[in-house]
Write a protein that binds this ligand. Sequence first.
Ligand SMILES: [Zn+2]
Length: 154
Amino acid sequence: MRHTVSSEPLAQNVLDSPAVAVLCGLEDAGLYLAVVNGRLRVWPAERLTATHEHLIRQHRSELVALVRICDDGVQARLVVHKQQLAKVPKGSTPDFVFQRGTPYAKAVCFSCGAVLPEPHYGRCWRCSLAWRMAVGVPIPAEQTAAYDGARVVA
Ligand SMILES: [Zn+2]
């Protein structure tokens, strides 16, 4: 587990953190955000002010987490997992598998079949985020920001 140094305590759930307002502000200013190879990219550079840069530095982990949550692949899984959850009796949870028939094998996400960067059993970061959101499990920014490519956490 990698440690992230942050200037202020991270919110328990990134969706409740002040970074949500920061992200909205950046987008309102015409900026785009993406996570490339685990690093936050913000563009176009000519629209970035010193204030933006300060806010980005202050909320980097949360912003990475939020950008990952907005990922199309995560949202597609979330839709499927919410449907699965609606079909099971109250109090129980489905297995949250995105693609039925995916083999349970080392280095392959058992939910969607994506290749994992490390040779163990588990879900890719998209599948990990999606089921957590479907159930309403808090998403800690630090953990989500540390997802590297397709790092497995749960
Ligand atoms: Zn997956």
